[in-house]
Write a new protein. Structure first.
Length: 180
């Protein structure tokens, strides 16, 4: 989107033309894979991201939770993680994918106005998706203690689970027959 403003002065017209053609084709090929990824992520995580009453308490106290002053009990995913799943991955991911399909396959008699609208929607929602993803990446790396290790290994220690996701911790203990 901004390549010609930043790259063109650095690499010149000939190199930029090659970079632009390659980037555009890779982008168009990766788009359908992005859609498939969104669908697979949705199928895999939808049951763990259903809203519970306790999530509204997390939202009500979000300021204190995000400052680390308190922890609201939650299941496997807290309200912020569920918001990323539903708003970011699902809604933004689908809008970006579907508007991208309109742009990738302009053979269904869509007029110029439809293509222009799809281009604006695609760019706007992709930018929102990227910003939300950066927030998610921050929280998953340096924003929350223990989150990076959990993502790397897929495991959390018992203390972390009790402190950050107490309801999920109790649910897992019951599933394993530890609290009979």
């Amino acid at each position: 989107m901004f390549g010609k403003h930043f790259l063109l002065p650095l690499v010149g017209y000939q190199a930029f033309s090659w970079i632009a053609v390659i980037a555009k084709n890779l982008h168009n090929l990766a788009g359908p894979l992005f859609f498939v990824s969104v669908v697979l992520l949705f199928r895999r995580y939808v049951k763990d991201n259903l809203w519970h009453k306790i999530d509204w308490l997390w939202i009500k106290d979000a300021y204190n939770v995000l400052r680390g002053e308190m922890h609201v009990p939650s299941y496997k995913f807290n309200a912020a993680e569920k918001a990323w799943f539903w708003g970011g991955v699902t809604l933004l991911g689908l809008v970006v994918s579907l508007s991208g399909f309109v742009l990738d396959f302009p053979v269904f008699n869509q007029g110029r106005h439809v293509m222009q609208a799809a281009n604006l929607i695609h760019a706007t929602f992709a930018l929102l998706f990227i910003c939300a993803a950066f927030g998610h990446i921050y929280m998953g790396t340096i924003g929350a203690d223990g989150a990076l290790e959990a993502m790397k290994t897929g495991m959390v220690d018992e203390t972390w689970a009790k402190e950050h996701h107490a309801l999920w911790y109790e649910q897992e203990r019951m599933n394993q027959g530890l609290d009979k």
